[in-house]
Ligand binder design. Structure first.
Ligand code: KG4
Ligand code: ZN
Length: 320
């Protein structure tokens, strides 16, 4: 069974093809260079770029898989949340394709797609799932596919957003995560950062204080590598502390870590050393992509989800 998945929720055009639950092709067309000049994603530009990219990318994905459009069994796209103009491009394209081919269509939640990307086949819930990206920092208890309990979320910036902002402060490129990581590994000293929200009652996250602290430390004359290292250490420690507290409260010792920040090596090493069963997405599936959308659609379809009507709307705001 072939599933086509599309994600255009933000600034990357993603088209993926999944055959019987295995990723065959996963193409991502990044818009990073376009938005870099503006210091952030410009929604209108993102929509236009998706519009230019989507059809050629879908054609290339099919060609790489040696598949004709008629070979598709299911078409899926991210329904939300995200930038509405951007979402609409991929969502409408996918619905049009499903209509033209007379195939079932499924609209997928972006965060569910991130979770499924890290969810190995055969792993039974319940477990914990952290989605940490440039737009989200959400901790869920996963009870089943489609049944999620939100345990905590960021009170201000998303984890990836904090990496991006501190990277910008230090004059590094975008996205900031890999740049901070590289600079932190070169550092010979470490600037002092306090771990956010220690001793809190909830399971929330906060990253904006780390950014403010980075500004202060830069003014005090700390070196850029030292700030990168201190910031990363505190950000990773914060994520770990909240996750370990969630483990303590729920009793679940299995954890999925998804989203762009899941690529962070310090985070991986810390969590793997904490005596938990931790799963990360395979390479290429942590950032925004189309294959994760196809995977989520495939799992839903197997569970008996009926096709969604083509009148379904996209949603900028849509809690999981
Ligand atoms: O999931 P993603 O590709 O897009 C969103 O949905 O936002 O995540 C991108 C985010 C960026 O903020 C980026 O800086 C961060 O993930 N990121 C990292 C790393 N690689 C990407 N953060 C920390 N360490 C990394 N190695
Ligand atoms: Zn995402």
């Amino acid at each position: 069974m072939w599933v086509l998945g599309i994600d255009t929720s933000c600034d990357d055009t993603g088209v993926g093809l999944v055959k019987d639950g295995q990723v065959v092709v996963n193409l991502i067309r990044s818009q990073v260079a376009l938005h870099q000049a503006y210091g952030g994603v410009v929604p209108e530009l993102a929509s236009r770029e998706h519009l230019k990219a989507i059809r050629p990318l879908a054609e290339r994905a099919l060609a790489e898989a040696g598949l004709s459009p008629a070979g598709l069994d299911l078409v899926a796209a991210t329904r939300g949340p995200g930038l509405i103009g951007a979402l609409l491009v991929g969502f409408t394209f996918a619905k049009g394709l499903a209509f033209a081919l007379d195939r079932p269509f499924l609209g997928i939640h972006h965060l569910e797609a991130h979770i499924v990307a890290a969810w190995p086949e055969g792993l039974d819930p319940p477990f914990l799932a952290l989605v940490a990206s440039g737009g989200h920092t959400h901790l869920f208890e996963v009870l089943d596919l489609g049944r999620y309990r939100l345990l905590g979320a960021t009170l201000d910036d998303a984890a990836g957003e904090a990496f991006d902002k501190v990277a910008r402060l230090l004059g590094l490129g975008f996205p900031g995560g890999p740049e901070i990581e590289r600079l932190a590994e070169e550092a010979e000293e470490e600037a002092p950062f306090a771990v956010p929200l220690r001793g809190q009652k909830g399971l929330d996250f906060s990253f904006s204080g780390l950014k403010t602290r980075a500004v202060q430390l830069l003014e005090k004359g700390y070196s850029k590598p030292a700030i990168a290292r201190g910031f990363q250490k505190a950000a990773v420690a914060h994520l770990q502390e909240v996750l370990l507290e969630a483990v303590r409260r729920t009793g679940h010792r299995t954890l999925l870590v998804a989203g762009g920040v899941a690529a962070n090596r310090a985070l991986r090493a810390g969590l793997e050393g904490a005596g938990l069963r931790v799963y990360f997405p395979p390479k290429g599936l942590s950032q925004d992509n189309g294959a994760m959308v196809a995977l989520a659609a495939y799992r839903r379809f197997l569970k008996g989800e009926p096709p969604h009507p083509l009148s379904l709307d996209a949603r900028a705001y849509w809690p999981l």
